[in-house]
Design a binder for this molecule. Sequence first.
Ligand code: GDP
Length: 439
Amino acid sequence: MFENLQDKLDRAFKVLKGQGSITEINVAETMKEIRKALLDADVNYKTAKSFTDEVKEKALGANVLTAVSPGQLLTKIMNDELAALMGGEVTELDLKTNPTIILIAGLNGAGKTTFTGKLANFLKNKGKKPLLVAGDVYRPAAVDQLQILGEQIGVPVYANTASKDPVGIALEGIAEGKKQQNNVIIIDTAGRLAIDEQMMDEIAAVKESTKPHEILFVVDAMTGQDAVNTAKAFNDRLDFTGVVLTKLDGDTRGGAALSIKSVVNKPIKFIGTGEKMEALDVFYPERMASRILGMGDVVSLVERAQQQFDEKEAAELQKKIRKNKFDFNDFYNQIQQIKKMGNMKDLMGMIPGVGKMMKNVDIEDDAFKNVEAIIQSMTKYERENPDSIQQSRRLRIAKGSGNKIEEVTKLIKQFEDMRKVMKQFSNPAAAARMMKNMP
Ligand code: GDP
């Protein structure tokens, strides 16, 4: 995410590395580089200029007061200012009313339908009872797509393919939701390939009659400045309550994320980071700023993990580990959970320093494929009794999974080592003893 921008900012900071203090001259030079980096990332010119002016003023003003190095000081100022540029505080959805009506708008291909599903999934995980309303009257495929997503995440979908009236369908959907006691009703709407008066009229009419509590505008971050222009056009007409930036997992330069707030003055509320239903994050300006500066985003990483891992399950696992009963089935399940958290490279990018390091490393999307194949080639007995897997069994497993026997042996050895460490850590006294012996 934003690797190019990260790189260029890094280079801009180098101007200050090794300098004893911040001066008019070295700050001016650094700011020039930072502005170039922002423009290259497709940040709006005015935004880039006012941003660097602000950072410069803060840097020169703060210099006398601090003992930190110029590089550290500038990183801190940049972090604060980037966060402010993207909206400062996190802005949560307004879910107070029952039912809460959420209208989803955007151009075709932006990721509207996908986001509609992700949002329902997100709210369901938070204990809400959502209903999806398929309001795209032009593309039967969009209705099908929503129904498939609904089924996948276990959320009902209201559709009426006989009708071509978006307002009527939205109102029917709301009535249905009230009847079924859904407390959030999410209405997907029809987009177009480009801004189009008829589309705007339709969505405005749906807004007028449904009185939504939230109108979320979905836009593809890959489209850079176009995303900002489209946002402006939609906002002028709909006065939406928040932005959803999709496809931030792709090769986006970052311009949209950085300029949208300053142009339309509406917060980014969510970001989409993949095609899977779980690939949705609440947008935290502060954390995004840290990510852009290559400082990582451990907090989001932990939150994703928390969403995936069930506490009861974790307690069960603890028990198994203590009794040394953690087996290959558990291991396999853990891998499935990690995979659900999203794309490996993206996850690594959230760890401070690692993102930059991994930039040119090609991580397979399915990094666990081999391990999974090996475990799948084991019999039920073997998975439950890892100690039973001796030479002849290893040979069979290797053949079955298309690996060399060395690979199987390596995995079993790693598994055993992991079990030992886990067991030690599950016993507080032993863990303390171990810690004491550490250098
Ligand atoms: P709509 O026309 O606005 O409803 O767009 P769709 O929801 O059908 O999405 C268009 C395409 O973008 C689909 O292939 C989605 O899988 C993909 N997509 C949506 N959101 C994301 C995202 O956050 N990341 C990536 N990589 N792809 C996405």
